[in-house]
Ligand binder design. Structure first.
Ligand code: SF4
Length: 470
């Protein structure tokens, strides 16, 4: 069954009754319900899962790592990768068995982008699912849970209203560590021809500066030292500023940098078209901004970039990188690459290899193109055979991985600031993140956890660094 479109004007008593009942359970020590949330995909989903846990806490749910005995299981899905929906269905098969064997009253929800794209189909193919909710509706979880418990049947909520979601989320956040994501923008208007995001997350919407600052202050008050401002197109940020005007991402970063306790700021994911001069200047001048930029190009051939609807050429990207490096010479770049987009020839692929050689990346994400139903790329002629895509990916990754290894090795002998996130596997070993995001291991006392310390790098692999306290 589907809920009526937008229940904005519906009485709120269901939600409030559920919260009041749960609060009284908590007060009487009955706060024993468990929620298992499985997160697929990007950092936007990681953030959303944390916020779902925040929404559920006041109604008595505590997170658990054990799905088999959970009262509520939520799959927070991602539609970016191939066969995303099939993976969700096989996970749902496992959950159905847990439910039948251990926990007949278990409730099951599918959230995220697969839910948005295939909500009705999920409900008809997987009767075990009680609730399907899109990325803009998870603030309605308590209300939906109350309805499911009242036997209303399967519920589908896939409306787009990003700002309503942010307005209705609980203010109190429960960050897990010393580094936290903070969503400042959602959705995308770019319509790259390979990507489902504009269809699953909707148009670009930015949160107001006041909301972002309030959440950042909350995080700082809970001990968070590093904030990563996230959005599908984070540098398209244009939220309402404190002066009543639209602020850019550069303005927002400089403002967030004033918050006491926040010592490191990052932002991701950026689009080359939205990399304005103000942001580049901020990269150069704001010491709290880490020298690491994820700026995907996807392909080096102008023909392929055009077919992907990226809206820029390779020469424009290269010029942009030169500007960024002039402003922040120590910056490390990260990129996304897709090989085998429809129509990509070996000559086009060689342009991607040339791009990687010329630009140089400290880290990267690379994939074979795969069809996303409903995107323009799916209908394009001249799909590249699978074995050619595989061959290109192997060659590209050999180059990218070598660059990553070389970059990490170039840091040996340098002293880097490391945010200590926890203890390592060995006695007295600590683990943290460098300014360039590599995991860094070194020996030190446990009371350094949560501190930012200087570490002299003594060894480096492709994915991590080793050092000693400086
Ligand atoms: S910029 Fe392109 S790849 Fe990125 S979210 Fe938007 S449509 Fe997808």
């Amino acid at each position: 069954m589907t809920t009526s479109p937008r229940e904005k004007n519906a009485p709120r008593d269901v939600n409030e009754a559920a919260i009041i009942a749960a609060k009284s359970d908590i007060a009487s020590g009955k706060n024993s319900k468990k929620v298992f949330i499985k997160t697929y995909g990007c950092q936007m989903n990681v953030y959303d899962s944390e916020r779902m846990a925040d929404v559920l806490s006041p109604i008595g749910y505590a997170p658990t790592d054990a799905p088999d005995h959970a009262d509520l299981v939520i799959l927070n899905t991602c539609h970016i990768r191939e066969k995303a929906a099939e993976k969700v269905y096989s996970e749902l098969g496992r959950i159905r068995k847990y439910k039948e064997t251990n926990k007949p009253d278990m409730k099951v929800a599918v959230a995220g982008c697969v839910a948005q794209a295939e909500g009705a189909e999920i409900m008809s193919r997987a009767p075990v699912v009680d609730m399907v909710l899109g990325p803009q509706t998870y603030h309605k979880l308590p209300e939906m849970i109350a309805k499911v418990h009242r036997g209303t049947g399967q519920l589908l909520e896939t409306e787009f209203d990003t700002l309503e979601k942010f307005d209705e989320l609980p203010e109190l956040r429960q960050p897990k560590g010393f580094s936290s994501f903070l969503t400042i923008q959602e959705g995308c208007d770019k319509f790259c021809t390979f990507c489902v995001v504009p269809y699953t997350r909707g148009a670009e919407v930015s949160r107001s500066v006041a909301h972002v600052v309030a959440e950042a202050r909350q995080l700082a008050a809970h001990g968070v030292r590093e904030i990563t401002l996230i959005g599908q197109n984070v540098n398209a940020y244009n939220g309402l500023g404190e002066d009543g005007k639209e602020w850019t991402l550069g303005q927002l970063i400089r403002h967030v940098a004033l918050i006491g306790g926040i010592d490191r700021i990052r932002f991701t994911t950026s689009h080359p078209r939205d990399m304005d001069d103000d942001l580049i200047e901020t990269l150069g001048n704001e010491p709290k901004l880490m020298p690491y930029l994820h700026l995907p190009i996807q392909a080096g051939s102008n023909k392929v970039l055009h077919a992907m609807n990226r809206g820029h050429t390779y020469a424009e990207y290269k010029e942009l990188i030169a500007k960024i490096r002039a402003a922040r010479p120590d910056i490390a770049l990260s990129g996304d690459f897709i090989v085998g987009f429809p129509g990509e020839t070996e000559t086009d692929f060689q342009q991607t290899m040339k791009c990687v050689e010329e630009i140089g990346y400290g880290s990267s994400f690379s994939f074979k193109y795969s069809v996303r139903p409903g995107t323009p790329g799916a209908g394009l002629p001249r799909q590249v055979p699978e074995d050619e895509k595989q061959d290109r990916l192997v060659r590209l990754q050999a180059l990218l991985y070598q660059q990553q290894q070389d970059f990490n090795k170039s840091l040996i002998g340098q002293t880097l600031s490391v945010l200590v996130e926890g203890v390592g596997r060995k006695d007295d070993q600590l683990f943290g993140r460098s300014p360039y995001l590599q995991g860094t291991h070194f020996d030190g006392p446990k009371d350094l956890v949560g501190q930012i310390v200087n570490v002299k790098i003594t060894d480096a692999g492709r994915n991590s660094l080793v050092g000693e306290l400086a």
